[in-house]
Design a protein. Structure first.
Length: 316
């Protein structure tokens, strides 16, 4: 068995026709252009003392990490989206101000990414709570209401992922997601990063954001048991107010399942998240694995580069 290499600072995300990897000091995206060439985009991580302090505090660190990931991820997604299906020779005609909304121009790409996440979380939290209330005549109990609410959230989540996965574009994104996981698994298992070795790895990973999303549903059921579920206005108020608590606790659960993934009697704790990844990842093609490997290698190279050689934003 190969020696496992722990990579707690490394994380990834699939973007349009590419993959983003984040290290300790930087994040790098590699995308496949329509002429089969590769482009790289780098965003250096800004060190904010108060954010770094929050990242060391259990439960609070999860919220800080999620906000930061939403901000950085949107920058990379914007880069890949602007260049998707655009000939490289036409790159000089790409104008970000023409491709984004007025709100984006005012607040910035990162801020819009965070706001979009918050808005989506509000809808995903409030709507199932309101719908569960319709079942109160049949399931009036406090515990039953929380279970019904959690079930509705789960149905929403699985239905949404399944429906969007049927589109060719999202299927390709999910293939890149699978390639991202395969690269991380190959690296953690001490394998040389080539297409064959990477393709031999699992497309599932314990630290995946998909697992985190599912854990917010499961953890939320237990947290909401501690607060009233009626009347409806009070129920919705508590649900919204407790969003940071649910996010923070779910992040800790995600980290726990990753730490115990090699303990036979405990690794099953992460199985629900892995099962969801059967929907959010697809088996990638060799060309997609090549992009993921290139992104990961470029990230590692830039992560080790001196600060003066690593500007805040650049296309390489």
């Amino acid at each position: 068995m190969s020696k496992q290499t722990e990579t707690p600072a490394y994380g990834g995300q699939a973007v349009m026709e590419g993959v983003m990897f984040g290290g300790k000091n930087t994040t790098v995206t590699a995308i496949r252009r329509n002429d089969n060439s590769l482009d790289f985009f780098e965003v250096k991580k800004k060190k904010r003392p108060w954010v770094e302090k929050l990242k060391k505090i259990p439960f609070l660190r999860g919220v800080a990490a999620i906000v930061e990931a939403s901000a950085n991820g949107t920058k990379h997604l914007n880069f890949s989206t602007e260049r998707y299906d655009v000939n490289p020779e036409d790159d000089d005609q790409i104008e970000s101000t023409e491709q984004t909304s007025k709100l984006t121009m005012i607040l910035g790409v990162a801020a819009v990414g965070v706001l979009t996440f918050i808005f989506g979380k509000l809808i995903f939290t409030a709507l199932p709570a309101a719908l569960a209330e319709l079942f109160r005549p049949v399931f009036p109990g406090h515990v039953a209401q929380n279970l019904i609410e959690g079930f509705i959230k789960l149905i929403f989540l699985l239905s949404y992922i399944y429906i969007i996965s049927l589109t060719p574009l999202i299927k390709r994104v999910f293939q890149y997601h699978g390639a991202e996981h395969k690269v991380i698994n190959a690296f953690e298992n001490g394998k040389e990063l080539n297409v064959q070795n990477v393709q031999d790895q699992s497309r599932l990973h314990y630290r995946c954001g998909s697992s985190f999303i599912l854990f917010t549903v499961i953890v939320g059921v237990f947290i909401y048991l501690a607060v009233p579920s009626e009347p409806l206005w009070e129920r919705l108020t508590y649900r919204i107010a407790l969003i940071p608590v649910v996010l923070g606790a779910s992040y800790e659960v995600l980290q726990l399942t990753n730490r115990v993934r090699n303990v036979p009697s405990l690794r099953w704790l992460g199985y629900p998240g892995l099962w969801l990844q059967l929907l959010t990842t697809k088996e990638p093609k060799d060309a997609q694995v090549e992009v993921a490997i290139a992104s990961f290698e470029e990230m590692r190279k830039r992560d080790a580069a001196p600060a003066e050689d690593n500007p805040v934003n650049r296309i390489v």
